[in-house]
Design a binder for this molecule. Structure first.
Ligand SMILES: *[C@@H]1O[C@H](CO)[C@@H](O)[C@H](O)[C@H]1NC(C)=O
Length: 301
C-alpha cells in the first residue's frame, strides 16, 4: 500500500509540474482536471483567487465575483475560460480534495495579417512567472530572452516562422507562429521628397502626405473637366452644323426668290416622270426574273 501511495504522490508531483496551455487573446482556454470522483473541486487563478468551487456530491457551484469568473464555466472536471485576455495569463490550479494540478496559461499576441517592411510590430507572450523563462527564436535562429519582441522597423528578415519557447521545470514548451512580411508597393510620389529635401530640411515630412491626395484630387477634377469640355465642344460643333445648314437653306430660298419660278420647272418634270402607277410593278418583276434564272443552273451543277 505504501508504494502505491508513494507512486500516487510522484504522479501528483509530475502533474504539479504543470500543463502549459497556449492561447491567443479572444480564444477559449480549456483546463482538464484529472479526477474520477471528488468531494470538492476548486479552480484557482494566480494560486489563490478562487474562480469556481464545485461540490462533488450535489454538483452545486460557487462562483466568485471577478472579470475572469464571468467568462468561466465549469463542467464536471473541466474549466472553460472564453474570450481570453492577457490579464488571464499565468497560473491556474485545480484542487481536487487534497490533490493539486497546476496549469500555466500563456497568451501569445502576434500581429495578424501581412506586415509591411518599415512598419512596427510587437510579439508578446504573457504568463511567465519568476520560476519560468521565456525566449523568442526568430526565423534566422537568433534567440532573445524576453517576453516581448519589438520589430521596429519590420524587416524582410522577420518574415517566416518564429518560435516562442517557454521553460517550466527544465521542460521547454514550443509554439510556432508564422509572421508574414512584404515590401510595400512603391508609391508614384517617391522621387518628390528627395528633390524637396535639398531645398528645405524642415518641410520634408509635412508636404509629403499633403501632395499625394492633392494630386489625386487634381487628376480627378481634370478628368471631369475634360469630359465636360468634350461635351461642350461636341454640342458647339452640332450647333454650328445646324446653323450652317439653316443658313444654306435660307440662301437657297433667297436665291430661288431672286431667280423667280425658273428652278421649279425642272423639279416638276422629274416628279412627273418617275412615279407612274404602271412603272413600279414592272420594275419589280424585271428584277425578280433575272435573279431566279441563274439559281437554277447552279443547283443543277
Ligand atoms: C515569407 O516567408 C514565407 C514562408 O514562411 C514565404 O513563402 C514567402 O515567400 C516569404 N516572403 C518574402 C517576401 O520573403
Amino acid at each position: 500500500m505504501k508504494t502505491i501511495t508513494w507512486f500516487g504522490f510522484v504522479l501528483g508531483a509530475l502533474s504539479a509540474a504543470g500543463e502549459v496551455i497556449w492561447t491567443k487573446p479572444g480564444q477559449t482556454a480549456i483546463f482538464k482536471c484529472q479526477a474520477e470522483s471528488y468531494g470538492t473541486l476548486e479552480w484557482l487563478h494566480h494560486g489563490t483567487e478562487r474562480i469556481i468551487r464545485v461540490d462533488g456530491r450535489t454538483g452545486q457551484q460557487n462562483k466568485a465575483q471577478s472579470d475572469i469568473v464571468k467568462r468561466s464555466a465549469a463542467s464536471e472536471t473541466t474549466l472553460t475560460v472564453s474570450s481570453v485576455k492577457e490579464a488571464d495569463a499565468g497560473r491556474f490550479t485545480c484542487k481536487v480534495d487534497r490533490r493539486v494540478q497546476e496549469y500555466t496559461l500563456l497568451v501569445v499576441s502576434v500581429p495578424s495579417g501581412v506586415l509591411q517592411v518599415g512598419s512596427t510590430a510587437k510579439l508578446q507572450v504573457k504568463g511567465k512567472s519568476s520560476s519560468t523563462s521565456v525566449q523568442w527564436k526568430g526565423p534566422d535562429g537568433h534567440l532573445t530572452d524576453s517576453e516581448t519582441i519589438q520589430l521596429n522597423p519590420v524587416a524582410l528578415s522577420h518574415n517566416g516562422t518564429w518560435e516562442c519557447l517557454f521553460t517550466l521545470d527544465k521542460v521547454t514548451h514550443k509554439k510556432s507562429l508564422e509572421i508574414k512580411v512584404e515590401v510595400p508597393a512603391p508609391e508614384t510620389a517617391a522621387p518628390l521628397p528627395s528633390q524637396k529635401s535639398k531645398d528645405c530640411h524642415n518641410c520634408v515630412t509635412n508636404p509629403q502626405p499633403k501632395e499625394t491626395p492633392l494630386l489625386q484630387e487634381l487628376s480627378w477634377w481634370v478628368w471631369v473637366a475634360l469630359g465636360v469640355g468634350c461635351l461642350v465642344v461636341i454640342l458647339l460643333i452640332v450647333f454650328v452644323i445646324v446653323l450652317c445648314v439653316r443658313i444654306r437653306r435660307r440662301k437657297r430660298k433667297y436665291q430661288r426668290r431672286q431667280n423667280g419660278q425658273q428652278p421649279l420647272k425642272p423639279r416638276q418634270f422629274c416628279q412627273c416622270n418617275r412615279p407612274t402607277a404602271a412603272a413600279k410593278p414592272q420594275q419589280g418583276r424585271r428584277r425578280e426574273k433575272p435573279l431566279a434564272l441563274p439559281r437554277q443552273p447552279l443547283l443543277m451543277e
